[in-house]
Every structure is written in structure tokens, then in C-alpha cells.
Write a new protein. Structure first.
Length: 265
């Protein structure tokens, strides 16, 4: 019987993050959260850990008023082809796939909301860009924002900006992790041990992030405060500038945005 239940198609990392957030924030009772996942061991793990329900695709669709599509973009077409009941809210977290992609394949006036969360959603510290499709109502948008707020901040935008959000925040954690990898490797070349480098880099990163978020100053203003003319920090900044760090970042984000558009084709 279809009541106020939410179905999650795909029980991978992001699917679990949403389940965890919904349970932790008590937005849905565990019994009202249903998961469909091909990996039977994964299903058993999710059921036991979060006390949620499970079932096959048809059963989940029939019993849910809201369905979160959390499968990989390359698998989405096959999943959509099996969905016959369309009178519900569909929320997609698949990178690159537009609301038109879903509306075309689901048919009718499918109510679709497209979302782009990022990896910190795993600890409810993510940020998610959200956009309504042609037939999704204001109420649908509000419901999507309510659900996705369970894994962090939410930002509602026009869909034309979602590929940019994918490049900036969706892929963003990888940029941070790469920078940390390089930072730690460089620290070790200065004679620091692995654990010492880890502690220094991690704590500096976390402390700086908190300062940035809590301060009234911009990132540029904080950087200037740290950078004394002719000092050690200035020496490092000069090397970054010589290596065209800012230009490299622009090119990297441009490549990510381009790829997001390609995934929709």
C-alpha cells in the first residue's frame, strides 16, 4: 500500500548516506525507508544497520511516494526502462543526466528533481545543488530540499548551473584530497615522518576550513593576513603563482563541467 514512504534505488555509498541522514534526522521512520539494491549482501547490511525495508524495483516503486534514483549514470537507462508507474516524485543524484533525460524515458508528466550532492554527504557535511524539472511542483522542490538537507547544505538553482555545480562541489572533494596528497608528500621530503605529516596537514586543513567558514573575511583576505611580505609564506605563494595554479584550477573545473555535459548525451 502506497503511503508516505521513500524508495531508494541503489544502495551504494551515496544511497547509504541518504538513508543514514534520513534516519538520523528522523525525517522518515526506518520502516518507511525502502531500498532496492542488486547486491544481496549489501541489502542485508543496510537492513540490519538501519532497520529499513527492502524489495525489488517494482515493489519499491509501487509502495513509495518519493523515489531517489541513486544508481550510476551508465546504468540509469536500464533502470528507467523497468519503471512503469510514474505518478510520484523522482529525485536523481546521477551526475550529468538532465531532467529532460528522465522525463523522456519515464513518459507522461513525470515529476523529476535533479540533485548533485558530494562526498562529504557520507558524514552529513555535504552540499547539494538541486533543480526542478518541467513538471515538478514547488511542493516537490521543497520536499527534495527537505530530504537532501539530511546530508548537509542544499542550494536550489536553475538546471543550467548544475553542470557547473558538479564541477565545483560534486568533484570538489577530489581536488582537496589531491592537494592533501601532494602537501603530505612534500612534507615528507622535508624530513617529517608519515604520521607527523598527516597530523600537521590534516589539522591545518580542518582548522583553516573552520576559520574560513566562521570568519567575516574572504579567502583572499585571510590569505593576505597569513602572507607577510618577504616571508616564508610569500616564498611559497610565489612558487604557486609561477606554476599558474589558478589557471590550472580553471582548466580542471572546465574539464569536469565539459564531461558532465557529455554524460547527458
Amino acid at each position: 500500500m502506497k503511503k508516505n514512504k521513500i524508495g531508494i534505488i541503489g544502495g551504494g555509498n551515496m544511497g547509504e548516506a541518504i538513508i543514514k541522514g534520513l534516519v538520523a534526522k528522523k525525517l522518515f521512520a526506518p520502516a518507511a525507508i525502502l531500498v532496492c539494491e542488486a547486491d544481496t549482501k549489501r541489502v542485508q547490511y543496510l537492513k540490519e544497520k538501519y532497520r529499513i525495508g527492502a524489495g525489488d524495483l517494482d515493489a519499491i516503486i509501487a509502495r513509495s511516494s518519493t523515489v531517489i534514483l541513486a544508481v550510476k549514470p551508465q546504468d540509469m537507462e536500464n533502470v528507467l526502462a523497468k519503471i512503469e508507474e510514474h505518478d510520484k516524485l523522482f529525485i536523481s543524484i546521477a551526475a550529468g543526466l538532465t531532467t529532460k533525460f528522465f522525463e523522456k524515458r519515464l513518459g507522461g508528466k513525470a515529476r523529476v528533481v535533479r540533485a548533485m550532492p558530494n562526498m562529504p554527504a557520507l558524514i552529513a557535511q555535504g552540499i547539494t545543488g538541486v533543480s526542478r524539472g518541467r513538471y515538478a511542483t514547488l511542493r516537490d522542490g521543497s520536499e527534495a530540499l527537505r530530504i537532501l538537507a539530511a546530508v548537509g547544505g542544499v542550494l536550489e538553482v536553475q538546471e543550467k548551473y548544475l553542470d557547473a555545480i558538479t564541477a565545483v562541489s560534486g568533484s570538489g572533494p577530489a581536488y582537496v584530497f589531491l592537494f592533501v596528497e601532494a602537501w603530505m608528500a612534500a612534507a615528507r621530503t622535508l624530513g617529517l615522518k608519515e604520521q607527523e605529516a598527516r597530523n600537521l596537514v590534516y589539522e591545518t586543513l580542518v582548522g583553516s576550513a573552520h576559520l574560513l567558514k566562521q570568519s567575516d573575511l574572504t579567502a583572499a583576505q585571510l590569505r593576505i593576513k597569513v602572507t607577510s611580505k618577504g616571508g616564508t609564506t610569500q616564498a611559497a605563494m610565489d612558487v604557486f603563482a609561477k606554476g599558474k595554479f589558478e589557471q590550472l584550477m580553471k582548466e580542471a573545473l572546465g574539464a569536469a563541467k565539459k564531461r558532465a555535459k557529455e554524460l547527458a548525451k
